[in-house]
Design a protein around this ligand. Structure first.
Ligand SMILES: [Zn+2]
Length: 198
């Protein structure tokens, strides 16, 4: 089923808006877990994708929230080279449950593994749900391989994702319900991942 236009517009609005810092959300009793060591991201069997801290604003500019993967132009040996990198929101990430942190790092790594960075930016919005589902499913599958009790972990990830996405994303004016619908859609897609089939 294709998402209806209002949802597509909201997706664009949500992923291009400034985030609310989690530590400002006192009413949620969000605690600081501390930053986990990001899981190694190895693609094409030997290429390591490095992880860098960034600001919330940078992450949003890179087209993500909480973390983002991208192909960056960086100076090296007096010239400019392209380098795939993962950035994470250093002010918010330590407030996420460690399982959700791991999920998000693996999700960004999956964007690189699945060649999503090769899709032109102009085409990414139209394929938003496919792309995100692909990365979510890959991340969940990897976590399942490492976990003897994945079904409980997976529920935890979805629950924390719902809580955090709600806390951190501002709703478009008068569109609280559409924001929740956006979050629900993402979670419903995750439940369709192979990792959820026993
Ligand atoms: Zn993504």
């Amino acid at each position: 089923m294709k998402p209806f236009p209002l949802l597509a517009l909201t997706v664009f609005w949500l992923i291009s808006s400034a985030l609310t810092p989690l530590h400002a959300k006192e009413q949620l009793e969000i605690k600081e877990y501390g930053l986990i060591t990001p899981p190694a991201c190895i693609v094409d069997s030997n290429r390591e994708i490095k992880v860098y801290p960034g600001t919330s604003e940078q992450i949003v500019n890179f087209g993500g929230f909480l973390a983002a993967a991208g192909d960056f132009e960086v100076g090296k040996d007096g010239g400019i080279v392209h380098e795939d990198r993962i950035y994470f929101d250093e002010s918010n990430m330590p407030f996420l449950h460690p399982l959700l942190q791991e999920f998000l790092f693996r999700h960004e790594c999956a964007h690189v593994k699945l060649d999503h960075l090769d899709i032109p930016r102009t085409k990414r919005l139209g394929r938003y749900w496919d792309i995100e589902k692909g990365a979510d499913c890959q991340a969940l599958l990897e976590m399942k391989q490492d976990s003897p009790d994945f079904s409980q972990e997976a529920e935890s990830i979805l629950q924390h994702f719902n809580l955090i996405a709600n806390a951190i994303m501002p709703a478009p004016p008068g569109k609280e319900a559409v924001k929740q619908q956006f979050i629900d859609q993402r979670i419903a897609n995750m439940r369709k991942c192979n990792a959820f089939q026993s």
